[in-house]
Design a protein around this ligand. Structure first.
Ligand code: SF4
Ligand code: SF4
Ligand code: FES
Length: 241
């Protein structure tokens, strides 16, 4: 079954590495096909109309987080966005906040790496690793809760959709707060609440969040960001007192 729609794809083009390049909207017309995603549209444009178009993808399955962009003004994953669910006029732009490589391609890697190094997002333990003994037992419900938060794919959508982030570039964002919520749950991590307070107990962390919840609305993995931010804020308030 074929669709008769013609899609009008307007893309914000700009490459900061090309001398004197000017930001502009360029419009491409694409014949819609059944099951078409924006990833397929962009590939089509690059293959048949303009091979200089820059955008990112790796997995094409909503797992790697690299195809995040502004879709009609809202952060989302191009590989998961079905054109059949959209109007035929579609506008695409790169996610704000992150370093622009060119057109729709951004570099989230250095931002996320800085965040992970700052928050030390690894298990802090005193015990030596002994690969001959069985790993510590964890209640399945707790393991499930940790796994739920571990599903973050570092796509940057929550960062791009966050009003606080636009005003405070040091803000950790929902992605950072979610990571701390994940380690705070984990009994193998020997950091205590005071240690976590040092990391997120200020205006760059949980107390900077304005709770408008743009982050949860745009998170493509549907992480429970709202409840985790609220929980951590209550916890940090107790420690602060
Ligand atoms: S709830 Fe907090 S972290 Fe989420 S978008 Fe709003 S200010 Fe940003
Ligand atoms: S919390 Fe959600 S929106 Fe934010 S980086 Fe992780 S997966 Fe993306
Ligand atoms: S290409 Fe991996 S999430 Fe879209």
């Amino acid at each position: 079954m074929s669709s008769n729609r013609k899609l009008k794809i307007s893309i914000l083009r700009y490459d900061p590495h090309i001398k004197d390049d000017k930001a502009r909207m360029e419009v491409f017309e694409v014949d819609e096909a059944p099951g078409m995603t924006l990833y397929i549209v962009l590939n089509d444009i690059r293959k048949h109309m303009d091979n200089s178009l820059k955008f990112d993808f790796v997995c094409r399955a909503g797992i790697c987080g690299s195809c995040a962009m502004l879709i009609n003004g809202s952060p989302g994953l191009a590989c998961s966005a079905l054109t059949s669910k959209m109007d035929s006029d579609i506008t695409l732009a790169p996610l704000p906040t992150f370093e622009l490589i060119g057109d729709l391609s951004i570099f989230t890697g250095n931002w996320m790496r800085g965040l992970n190094e700052h928050l030390e997002t690894w298990i802090h333990t005193e015990s030596d690793k002994d690969f001959n003994i069985l790993e510590e037992v964890m209640e399945p419900e707790l393991a499930e809760e940790i796994y739920e938060l571990d599903r973050c794919i570092e796509c940057g959508c929550c960062v791009a959709g966050c009003g606080t982030m636009q005003m405070n570039e040091n803000f950790l964002g929902a992605v950072g707060i979610n990571k701390i919520a994940r380690y705070q749950l984990d009994p193998r991590d020997k950091r205590d609440d005071e240690d976590y307070y040092e990391l997120v107990g200020d205006a760059d962390g949980v107390f900077g969040c304005m709770t408008l919840l743009g982050c949860e609305d745009v998170c493509p993995k549907n992480l429970p960001l709202q409840s985790k931010i609220a929980y951590l804020r209550r916890k940090m308030l107790q420690i602060g007192k």
